[in-house]
Design a protein around this ligand. Structure first.
Ligand code: AMP
Length: 296
């Protein structure tokens, strides 16, 4: 994997006076197309004055109207703009013109964690523990700011140039004090209380962390089934099996069992995840981890 040397200088943050500026597309050199989401396209960009490399997410207003998504976008912007954590993708600024809304985002040079996971099959315990610790730290930070993400899944996790995990896409996140009732998110990552349409709170993110930890180590989520209905049934029953196909440490399984607990109040807390023996023994303190294709 070759990272262009021109991007290696991208670790200087935008300085505060620049953040306060009124931005427009003319402030950026727009570079290569990175990818396309439901609402728009993402391009590599370079801020002309500082040379700082960013990702520009260009969203067409016509699409927003079609999907009646204004509220979600505004929420995504408000939530992400207020967050500043090494494992949460920064939203530096945003602006709009007649046709488009443009988000100026931190550039995650190594792209989607999901693609890496699919290409290597599964991660080593060191990589999995590093990502779980990064997620636990980021979620603890979000929860302290009263933000529940609710859509943590590999597609929403990006990796920066140093292989540091970044939570992206706050389209579904909510700011919350109270318990909520809406069903949302991808089916494999749904917590039992969401499947059963009961009130849910911060603990849904802890459940998802258990699902991800399992998926990082085994390559597929634990309650996967051919039919969606069967996945939902397995979630509600917490029908958790550890296949013999991989030799996973007892410590890792212990943490997964403490996260995938039906009673949300009994799930291990984010702080205790960071103190768990598996994390302490395996996670890279720097949070930076680059999994090679020939993983263990
Ligand atoms: P999205 O619209 O957020 O679904 O993004 C569309 C595509 O662009 C996905 O393939 C993402 O991996 C990629 N992408 C989005 N934001 C960034 C970013 N900040 N850095 C690098 N790639 C990104």
């Amino acid at each position: 994997y070759e990272i262009p040397t021109s991007l290696r200088s991208a670790s200087v943050p935008l300085s505060p006076p620049m953040e306060r500026r009124q931005w427009s597309l003319t402030d950026f050199d727009v570079g290569k197309f990175i990818g396309e989401g439901k609402f728009g396209k993402v391009y590599l960009g370079r801020e002309k004055q500082s040379g700082y490399v960013v990702a520009l997410k260009v969203i067409y207003k016509t699409k927003l109207e079609k999907y009646r998504f204004h509220g979600h976008l505004r929420r995504e912007i408000e939530i992400q703009h207020g967050l500043d954590h090494p494992n949460v993708l920064r939203l530096f600024a945003w602006f709009h013109d007649a046709d488009r809304v443009v988000l100026v985002l931190e550039y995650a040079a190594r792209g989607e964690l999901y693609k890496l996971l699919r290409s290597v099959g599964h991660f080593s315990e060191r990589t999995a523990a590093t990502y779980v610790a990064s997620l636990a730290g980021a979620l603890a930070y979000c929860h302290k700011k009263q933000v529940i993400h609710r859509d943590i899944k590999p597609e929403n996790l990006l990796l920066d140039i140093e292989g540091r995990l970044k939570i992206a896409d706050f389209g579904w996140a909510v700011r919350s004090n109270a318990k909520r009732h809406t069903l949302c998110g991808t089916i494999d990552y749904l917590a039992p209380e969401m499947v059963e349409k009961k009130a849910h709170d911060y603990a849904v993110d802890n459940w998802t962390l258990g699902i991800l930890c399992y998926e990082f180590l085994y390559g597929s989520p634990p309650f996967e089934a051919a039919e969606q209905q069967d996945t939902l049934m397995r979630i509600v029953k917490v029908d958790l099996l550890f296949p013999k196909t991989r030799d996973i440490s007892a410590d890792a399984k212990d943490l997964i069992c403490k996260l995938l607990v039906k009673d949300s109040s009994k799930r291990i807390s984010l702080d205790d995840i960071l103190k768990h023996a598996w994390i302490v023994k395996n996670a890279e303190p720097s949070g930076s981890c680059i999994e090679q294709k020939a993983s263990a």
